[in-house]
Design a protein around this ligand. Structure first.
Ligand code: IMP
Length: 184
């Protein structure tokens, strides 16, 4: 039997259909609330790639897109160190910036990103996150739009990885315990 990713999944939290439906709703809500102001979407790579891909196609409005690369230092989520790995291509001065995140856990990444972007004088600065894990929060930061709120569990799929794997699962799930414990 070939090894397939699905075998490593203990439980599916959100199916492909549930995700498509929710992302569609989010896109429509954002377009309505922006009321004709063109959003400039800043995607945090790599985890937000599936989300931005679906979200922007659910937004029937002229918009622009840029990518920002951010990483927390070497798997130590408590170290408090965040750094830029890829900067934006263009200026955001005077633009209506919407940051697109995969998940907010401790809030460290997002608060770093917001502090950094605020210095560049956007006309407005909002955040949409696909998932929100409020129980993990150490830094007080919130998204303006949330896809799903989840319990304090480590999730994979739809862009989210464990050791760079499982980003390509079309749904969000929880890994089996023996995958964490076993050899890579
Ligand atoms: P924060 O800085 O702790 O809010 O974490 C944000 C980043 O940590 C996300 O962009 C993810 O890359 C990663 N992360 C946090 N929780 C999870 C999870 O449950 N699964 C996969 N990645 C996660």
């Amino acid at each position: 039997m070939p090894h397939v990713m699905h075998d490593d999944v203990d439980r599916i939290l959100f199916s492909e259909e549930q995700i498509q439906q929710r992302v569609g709703e989010l896109g429509a809500q954002i377009v309505e609330e922006y009321g004709g102001r063109d959003p400039h979407l800043i995607t945090i790579v790599k985890g937000s790639i599936p989300f931005i891909s679906d979200l922007m196609r659910a937004m029937d409005t002229p918009l622009s897109l840029d990518l920002l690369g951010v990483s927390s230092y070497a798997g130590t989520s408590s170290s408090g160190e965040v750094r830029l790995t890829k900067d934006l291509d263009s200026s955001i001065e005077g633009r209506h910036v919407l940051v697109v995140e995969d998940i907010i856990d401790t809030g460290l990444t997002l608060s770093y990103v917001l502090r950094n972007l605020r210095q560049r004088a956007p006309a407005s600065l909002k955040v949409v996150t696909f998932l929100d894990k409020p129980a993990g929060r150490g830094t007080p930061v919130e998204a303006d739009y949330v896809g799903f709120t989840i319990p304090d569990e480590f999730v994979i799929g739809y862009g989210l990885d464990w050791n760079q794997r499982y980003r390509n699962l079309p749904y969000v799930g929880i890994l089996k315990r023996d995958v964490y414990a076993g050899p890579l």
